[in-house]
Design a protein around this ligand. Structure first.
Ligand SMILES: CC(C)(COP(=O)(O)OP(=O)(O)OC[C@H]1O[C@@H](n2cnc3c(N)ncnc32)[C@H](O)[C@@H]1OP(=O)(O)O)[C@@H](O)C(=O)NCCC(=O)NCCS
Length: 134
């Protein structure tokens, strides 16, 4: 996840996006809504080669606070587990980011550690199977 709120120059963003697409350690899923022209958002998995990949999500501001975060997150994780054969992922969430905390917990992430401002979550494929999601 990114904790920075600084505006990123367009050229830097294009370079960053190109690097992401070529990085074997990163998988990026884009979410769209049928009939809508604007993209809804993305879910990104980092450290894909490691045992426990790290996930982050961001929705287009147009689609935030409309209860789309949880289904987008759940569908991306389902796809990630199916496509990679992995069975665990983690997330780091700012404690003050209530919307983010809410969607990760609703999807079934379990709190592993917490520092003063960040919560570290983990999710195992078996947790989703137990909930009937997979
Ligand atoms: C975090 C994010 C993915 C959540 O998805 P969302 O679709 O906007 O969230 P929802 O509409 O489902 O809201 C989830 C909960 O947060 C609450 N909420 C929504 N927006 C909120 C806000 N601005 N402030 C406080 N609570 C908020 C909702 O009422 C809901 O509460 P509930 O679970 O008790 O019903 C999305 O807001 C986003 O992209 N934010 C910017 C990027 C980010 O912070 N990513 C997370 C870092 S990994």
């Amino acid at each position: 996840m990114s904790f920075s709120k600084k505006t990123v120059p367009w050229e830097d963003h294009v370079r960053w996006f190109g690097n992401i697409l070529n990085d074997v350690n990163t998988i990026l899923y884009m979410a769209d809504l049928l009939g809508e022209t604007e993209g809804v958002g993305y879910v990104r998995f980092d450290k894909v080669q490691s045992e426990c990949s790290e996930i982050s999500i961001a929705l287009n501001p147009l689609y935030r606070s409309r209860k789309l975060g949880q289904p987008v997150l759940a569908e991306a994780i389902e796809k990630f587990f199916a496509e990679t054969g992995k069975d665990r992922c983690s997330a780091r969430v700012l404690e003050i980011n209530k919307a983010s905390v809410s969607i990760f917990e609703k999807v079934g992430f379990v709190k592993k550690r917490g520092s003063r401002r960040t919560i570290e979550y983990e999710l195992a494929k078996t947790d989703l199977q137990a909930q009937g999601v997979l």
